[in-house]
Write a protein that binds this ligand. Structure first.
Ligand SMILES: NC(=O)c1ccc[n+]([C@@H]2O[C@H](COP(=O)([O-])OP(=O)(O)OC[C@H]3O[C@@H](n4cnc5c(N)ncnc54)[C@H](OP(=O)(O)O)[C@@H]3O)[C@@H](O)[C@H]2O)c1
Length: 254
């Protein structure tokens, strides 16, 4: 069956993944490479991107490591120019880089912290999607995947600015899907808690106890468990799916 043989293939595609150097981004970068795509690995630290790029090249794919602060539009404009110069196209964009800094109370959230959370989680994905979505729509089409968070629809006291930014990213998903359809599909994954580097700061005993009662699967996610949904949305397997916001959260309920 052609669909089952080729539906999930990314052969001949180029994917740009922000935050591709670690955590969920690295998992998606390596999985997309295994599915046949060339990968642009983006984060602030060139060395970290180069490491993942070397792993991708070892899989026989092309890789381009580029440092970029995704909250800064001027750097994004340079990034997009550099990628089109090198690869000539981007078929898949994954807006994955994100962060949620700690604060003591809402009045302790400084304007600088608010701006930096909104810049990375919302403003950057908007600019990248606008620049790349336009070119995808004028060219051969493409797939944009936003990595939001379950906190977007279920905010907790310690993540209020982040949750608001991710809710904005959910909304952006719908607006972009309509703007750049029918050639470009735009979808969103809302992860629950995954055991990436951010989990290193967690009190694991308390966390595991919480997950026993708060998730139907009774545990947090392993980083590689993001891959199935990401590969589905990146590939033709999801050719009739756009504007979808998909929780991947082990059945989280607050
Ligand atoms: N892990 C979870 O439990 C969880 C839950 C819900 C949602 N999410 C979302 O999933 C995405 C990935 O999370 P993760 O846990 O994999 O994160 P992570 O392990 O902390 O990795 C974050 C990645 O983003 C990059 N990054 C950070 N700030 C950046 C900036 N200003 N510009 C460009 N790149 C930047 C980091 O590299 P550099 O440091 O080199 O820049 C790194 O590659 C995020 O959007 C996060 O909000 C995660």
């Amino acid at each position: 069956m052609k669909f089952l043989d080729e539906g999930f293939s990314l052969s001949g595609k180029t994917a740009l993944i922000t935050g591709g150097s670690r955590g969920l981004g690295r998992e998606m970068a390596l999985a997309f490479a295994k599915a046949g795509a060339d990968i642009v690995v983006v984060s602030r630290k060139l060395e970290a991107c180069e490491k993942v790029a070397a792993e991708i090249e070892a899989l026989g794919r092309r890789a381009l490591p580029i440092p970029c602060h995704v909250g800064r539009w001027e750097q994004i404009d340079h990034l997009v120019d550099a990628v089109y110069k090198q690869f000539g196209k981007i078929d898949i964009l994954v807006n994955n880089a994100g962060k949620s800094p700690l604060y003591d109370s809402l009045v302790d959230v400084s304007e600088a912290m608010w701006d930096s959370v909104l810049s990375l989680n919302l403003k950057g994905p908007f600019r990248l999607s606008a620049l790349i979505g336009k070119r995808m729509a004028e060219g051969e089409g493409g797939s944009i995947i936003n990595i939001s968070s379950i906190t977007a629809v279920s905010p907790t006291v310690d993540e209020v600015p982040y949750a608001a930014a991710k809710a904005g990213l959910n909304s952006l998903t719908l607006g972009l899907a309509d703007t750049y359809g029918p050639k470009v599909r735009v979808n969103c994954i809302m992860p629950g808690a995954f055991l990436t580097d951010i989990a290193k700061a967690w009190d694991m005993e308390a966390v595991m106890k919480r997950f026993e009662s708060q998730t139907s699967l009774r545990r947090p996610g392993r980083p590689e468990e993001i891959i199935g949904t990401a590969l589905y949305l990146a590939s033709d397997a999801s050719s009739y799916t756009t504007g979808a916001i998909i929780p991947v959260d082990g059945g989280y309920r607050k």
